[in-house]
Design a protein around this ligand. Structure first.
Ligand code: ZN
Length: 93
């Protein structure tokens, strides 16, 4: 029973990323580190980040992707940037 409960426990993304970063070793294991870094980049895209808000010349709010600065459609409030796939967190939700 106890083991099943542990298996179902969701992975803490912060802990996972921290451990992956700790296993990076560019000097001694450059080949493996390339793959680990790719995994880190992919996982970081899955962590929702707040969009960057800018007041435009009309006085309205514009929202931009926190990763690639693509303009986001704030009336649709997409959960992912259409340009780079970064997960986006909208504060009102
Ligand atoms: Zn983006």
């Amino acid at each position: 029973m106890r083991n099943q409960e542990q298996e179902k426990k969701p992975v803490d993304m912060g802990v996972l990323l921290w451990n992956l970063r700790m296993s990076l070793d560019w000097k001694r294991r450059p080949h493996e580190s390339t793959f680990v870094q790719t995994a880190i980049d992919l996982l970081e895209d899955r962590i929702p980040k707040s969009p960057t808000m800018v007041i435009n010349s009309y006085g309205w709010d514009d929202y931009f992707c926190p990763k690639c600065n693509e303009l986001l459609n704030d009336s649709r409030k997409p959960h992912f940037c259409e340009n780079c796939g970064q997960a986006v967190k909208w504060d009102e939700e």
